[in-house]
Structure formats: structure tokens, C-alpha cells
Design a protein around this ligand. Structure first.
Ligand SMILES: Nc1ncnc2c1ncn2[C@@H]1O[C@H](COP(=O)(O)OP(=O)(O)OP(=O)(O)O)[C@@H](O)[C@H]1O
Ligand SMILES: [Mg+2]
Length: 315
């Protein structure tokens, strides 16, 4: 089921995007992992990068976070170009400002330390909280913000928490240092289906309350709409269709977007075995068409763009 992300009033938003990617490319040897990636992350808004495994989603996040350097194009933070590698003096402020949440809530916490230690350490590294008491207050406040009971959660060790609670701790740790950019790389894909929506609601709420510029990476086109106002559909390193989430999802034009949407489980639709071979053949055809590199982008609506293929729907 698809429900809408929280509405954000235009007055809350700054006009200058917090992050800008301009024609970013990335090659790993002969592999073109990214080609011509251009999008903005704006304060108080989320952009969902959607696409199948290997299409280049994490590579985008890693380039924004300066974990890796792009091969071409520019990355800007608050209007200024961000060099890669970062200058030593810029490294700490940049890392504070641009925080990441990863897929695996288990491996990102150290089993030997309490939750208090994890968040306190982030505060200490980034110079928040002048003394211990102040840091403790901030730890409890941030745990409360992500829906954990601060006093109880702070003294626990990671193994004493559920997967969902651990991901809340990761989100708390990222937010504690008051970033302006949050990069969430498949933050719910390793969690039980039953708690995924809670985490997405949490991300949506903190995006609004903290005025965060958020990148939400997912395989799942249906969840994109719950968090993000803008959707970018990627395939084989290219943005194939992008724009306002509702428009892209309700009026998809690119054959690959249509393919992704046709795979969203629908309890009303029975799976017909006799059609499955036909479906697979069609999926293979669409993926082959979509893989072709093209610089032809068509603007369909005010905020709706699609890359031209031999099967793009311009009706
Ligand atoms: N360090 C690297 N060296 C060589 N190739 C890489 C490297 N990192 C990524 N790739 C390749 O670049 C392409 C894009 O990878 P990326 O991790 O960005 O995909 P993804 O969309 O995040 O996939 P997933 O959904 O599986 O996480 C893939 O073909 C991958 O194998
Ligand atoms: Mg990835």
C-alpha cells in the first residue's frame, strides 16, 4: 500500500539546496557505475533513490559522504564545492554535518559498549556537550526523540535491544550531533516487515522536526512514497525517471518504472502461473532497453522527467 510522506510547508524550506549533485559520474575500472547523476537534497525534504541491486544507489551516497570520490561532475554542500578527499581541517565539520544510517543495525553498534557510550562518544568526537552531565542530558533527549525511553535504553547493551530498537539507536546517534544531511542507505531492509513502517515514520518525522535534507535509499518503490517528496528511479547507473513522488508513481512513463510498480505486491491480484514466463520475458526486454545509455531526457510535467528509450511512454 502506498501512503504519502508528510507535507512540508514551502515557508519552512530554504531555497538553496543543501546538497547538489551535478552530472556526477563514477567508473570502477571499465564499469560505468554512475552516469550523469544530477539531483538536489533540500532542507526538510527527502529524496528517494529507488532501483534494483547494483544500479548505483550506495555509490551515490558514498560520493555525497566523501567515502569515495566521483570520476566526474561536482558535489556541492550549501552551494560550495566539496573536494574529495576532504581537506583535513574540513573533515570533522563535514562528518558532523553529513551523517549516514546503514542497512545493518547489528554490525554498526559495538557489543561491548552501552547505548549511552555510543551516543556520548559521537557527541564527544564532534564537540557537543561541554561536560559529562550535559552530554548525558543530550543522550537521553536524543533517545527520547527516536521513541526510546532514554533512561532505560541508555544503560543497555546492543544485544539487549531488538533490531528495530537498534536501528532507532543508530538514528539517534546520527541525529545527536545535529547534522543537516542524513543519508539512509536501506535503513529498514534488514528489519522485520512489521516494524519497517515505524522506522519510516520516524525518519519522516525527524526529517520535518530537524529540517533535514534526507537521502532515502531503497529497493522498494512502495516505501519511497512514505518518506520522500521526490523520487529518482535508477537503473544501471542512470536516472531513468524522476520528479514529484506522487506524479512519478501515479503516472509512470519509463518502462522500468512501470516494471517496478507492477512488482509491488497487491493482495487483490492473484499470481497466474501461466503468465509468469511472459512476465519474465517482458522484464528481460525492458531491462535490456533501459540499460542503453541515453542523454535524451524529456520533461513531462513541472517536476517530472524521463529518459528516452525506445519504449518510453509519451502519450
Ligand atoms: N569499490 C568498488 N569497486 C568495484 N566496483 C564497485 C565498487 N563499489 C560498487 N561497485 C559496483 O558498482 C555498481 C553499483 O554498486 P552500488 O553498491 O552502488 O549498488 P546499489 O544500487 O547500492 O546495490 P544494492 O542494492 O545491492 O546495495 C555495482 O555493479 C557494483 O558491483
Ligand atoms: Mg547499496
Amino acid at each position: 500500500m502506498i501512503t504519502h510522506a508528510d507535507d512540508v510547508s514551502e515557508t519552512q524550506l530554504q531555497t538553496l539546496p543543501v546538497v547538489q549533485l551535478k552530472n556526477v559520474t563514477k567508473q570502477f575500472g571499465s564499469l560505468h557505475a554512475l552516469r550523469g547523476i544530477t539531483f538536489d537534497l533540500k532542507a526538510g525534504r527527502a529524496l528517494a533513490l529507488v532501483g534494483e541491486s547494483g544500479c548505483g544507489k550506495s555509490t551515490c551516497a558514498n560520493i555525497i559522504s566523501r567515502t569515495i570520490a566521483q570520476s566526474g561532475g561536482d558535489v556541492l554542500l550549501n552551494g560550495s564545492e566539496v573536494p574529495s578527499p576532504l581537506r583535513i581541517k574540513d573533515e570533522k565539520p563535514f562528518r558532523r554535518n553529513v551523517q549516514m544510517i546503514f542497512q545493518d543495525p547489528f554490525s554498526s553498534l559495538n557489543p561491548a559498549f552501552t547505548i549511552r557510550h555510543h551516543i556520548s562518544r559521537a557527541l564527544k568526537i564532534h564537540g557537543h556537550g561541554i561536560n559529562r552531565a550535559d552530554r548525558t542530558r543530550r543522550v537521553l533527549e536524543t533517545l527520547d526523540l527516536v521513541g526510546l525511553e532514554g533512561e532505560t535504553a541508555a544503560s543497555k547493551y546492543p544485544h539487549q535491544l531488538s533490531g528495530g530498537q537498534r536501528q532507532r539507536v543508530n538514528i539517534a546517534r546520527a541525529l545527536a550531533v545535529q547534522p543537516s544531511v542524513l543519508l539512509a542507505d536501506e535503513p529498514t531492509s534488514m528489519l522485520d516487515v512489521s516494524i519497517r513502517l515505524d522506522i519510516l515514520k520516524l525518519l519522516s518525522r525527524v526529517k520535518r522536526e530537524r529540517n533535514l535534507a534526507m537521502l532515502y535509499i531503497t529497493h522498494d518503490i512502495a516505501t519511497a512514497y512514505q518518506v520522500a517528496e521526490t523520487i529518482v528511479i535508477m537503473f544501471a547507473g542512470q536516472m531513468v525517471e524522476w520528479g514529484d513522488s506522487l506524479t512519478v508513481l501515479s503516472q509512470p512513463r519509463h518502462p522500468y518504472t512501470k516494471l517496478l510498480l507492477s512488482a509491488v505486491p497487491d493482495p487483490e491480484r492473484r499470481f497466474h502461473v501461466e503468465n509468469s514466463m511472459e512476465y519474465l520475458n517482458e522484464a528481460t526486454r525492458i531491462r535490456a532497453i533501459s540499460r542503453v545509455y541515453s542523454e535524451d531526457v524529456i520533461q513531462i510535467g513541472e517536476n517530472h522527467f524521463v529518459r528516452k528509450t525506445e519504449a518510453t511512454d509519451f502519450s
